[in-house]
Design a protein around this ligand. Structure first.
Ligand SMILES: [Zn+2]
Length: 505
């Protein structure tokens, strides 16, 4: 599981995209409790800078094109907001139905949006479009704007839509291209019923088919940009990121981008030995952020484990003791001395974090070990890698320099006492984070976005805490590029297409 919160300022508007029931009160509640230690901000910001135009909730190229098609249709026919919303929802139902009906095998793409909600109707052979397109429990999705909100910030970032309250063509919109590739969807959206057997002849509209169509070629050009783009501009950073990950795919077997691309960039000498990777300005930033994400993931796992120790009303000291008991009875220094090396050779980082993550150590010891080796990187990295690793707010609580300092200060003391003190610190921090996001309910009571609550010295929880990594959007960038014909999946591995090579060469 990955999570993502995308805050970006585009011109005069601030946009936020959240998965699920976006922008509803419920959606905000869920989101607020997702970052209990608030350690994620730096890597999320970096992902926003390095992959503008894609988030963890935008896996399909064809939805960018669909929303652009609706914007173009609304502009050409001067549709009202209500009519536009209806059309968008009906078109998204049609895209879901067509994609479900197309038997494309494993092309590496997730299912089209809304397919799960429509699956029983699709299996029965037909979908009543008006019913399916209704917002609410009988529809394909509850949100009134369907799946537009998850894509909104990305579409605005790419300039294909303007930041307006309804889909409105932006400067990079190409109405002719999206109509050429996806225009038939408007006809399907206008039908009363979609019969699955009739949809076989519409396979060219499937989420998998953009690469061979004009809308996919347009998006591919937009995402990949041109060689003269300034690497410091959003478009230039995106092009360089795409060049980096496609280079990794050309030189390594990559099945799962998040799991497989990160380690190639973070460890070893690929980023200096490979001519293309070494020539890109974003490469150092990627190394820094992938490395930092190990620490972010470790804090999230450790916190989730601590919350997992709370059963009923539990004294905080009991949780601290359980953490301590999961660690060897030794000094902090002896613990540090026993960790795997972080360097194989000068400049060639050893995959210590990866090795530990894949070890069979009990979770608290494993993640504390990841934090320790990762914090050691603060002293061995330099230049742009170090900048991207540490971020602007250097030395803040739970950041690598803080962790390194805490471990150094406690070196001669007991590791178990260190864990007890750390538990107290984490509880206090989570409480501060929750209070900082607290809101007053309409009835005057205080709402705290936390799963862990204190009653005097006792703790209780309302649910378990998530422990997923922050998504660096590599999976979504990969599937968007596949949907636009830049990448393809061959024998369970991602490969660059000839069209992709032409755009990126
Ligand atoms: Zn398909």
């Amino acid at each position: 599981m990955t999570i993502d919160e995308d805050h970006g300022k585009r011109g005069h508007v601030t946009v936020t995209t959240l998965q699920g029931p976006a922008w509803s009160v419920q959606g905000l509640d869920i989101a607020a409790g997702r970052y209990p230690l608030a350690v994620e901000r730096h890597v999320m910001r970096m992902a926003d800078l390095l992959v503008p135009g894609v988030t963890t909730v935008t896996p399909h190229a064809r939805y960018y094109a669909l929303h652009t098609l609706i914007a173009d249709e609304a502009a050409s026919h001067e549709l009202e907001e209500d009519q536009t919303r209806q059309l968008l929802r009906r078109a998204e139902v049609a895209l879901a139905a067509v994609s479900w009906a197309h038997d494309h095998g494993d092309v590496g793409l997730p299912r089209a949006h809304g397919v799960d909600a429509l699956s029983s109707r699709l299996r029965s052979g037909g979908v009543d479009v008006a019913t399916a397109a209704q917002p609410g429990k009988d529809g394909y999705v509850r949100n009134s704007w369907g799946f537009w909100f998850p894509y909104f910030a990305s579409e605005v970032a790419l300039g294909i839509l303007d930041a307006k309250g309804m889909p409105t063509p932006g400067e990079a919109c190409d109405g002719a291209a999206v109509r050429d590739g996806l225009g038939d969807l408007l006809e399907l959206a206008g039908r009363a019923e979609l019969i699955v057997d009739d949809l076989q002849s519409y396979a060219h509209l499937c989420v998998c088919a953009g690469g061979g169509a004009a809308d996919g070629r347009w998006l591919a050009r937009l995402f990949c940009g041109t060689a003269d783009a300034d690497p410091r501009s959003p478009g230039g950073a995106r092009r360089e990121t795409i060049r980096l990950i496609t280079r990794v795919m050309q030189t390594h077997p990559i099945s799962n981008p998040t799991a497989d691309v990160g380690p190639v960039v973070a460890f070893g000498d690929f980023i200096t030995a490979d001519e293309i990777a070494g020539s890109l300005a974003v490469t150092a930033a990627w190394r820094g952020v992938v490395l930092r994400n190990y620490s972010v993931g470790a804090w999230r796992r450790l916190w989730s484990w601590l919350v997992g120790q709370v059963t009923g009303l539990t004294p905080a000291a009991t949780v601290a003791d359980l953490f301590a008991d999961a660690l060897p009875d030794t000094t902090v220094q002896a613990f540090l001395d026993g960790l795997p090396p972080t360097q194989a050779a000068p400049g060639a980082l050893a995959p210590a974090e990866l090795q530990l993550r894949h070890s069979d150590l009990p979770l608290p010891l494993r993640e504390l070990s990841v934090l320790a080796v990762n914090s050691h990187r603060a002293h061995e990295l330099d230049g742009h890698v170090l900048d991207a690793f540490l971020g602007d707010r250097r030395g803040v609580d739970l950041a690598p320099e803080w962790t390194a300092r805490r471990l150094a200060d406690a070196a001669s003391g007991s590791l178990r006492d260190f864990a007890r003190r750390l538990t107290v610190d984490l509880l206090a921090r989570a409480q501060r984070v929750a209070l900082g996001k607290a809101r007053r309910r309409p009835d005057g009571s205080l709402w705290l976005p936390t799963r862990l609550h204190e009653r005097g010295e006792l703790l209780y929880k309302t649910s378990d805490e998530g422990r997923g990594d922050v998504g660096l959007r590599l999976d979504q960038l990969t599937t968007v590029l596949a949907g636009a014909g830049v990448l393809t999946r061959v024998d369970d591995q991602w490969k660059v297409t000839a069209a992709g090579e032409a755009l990126l060469g």
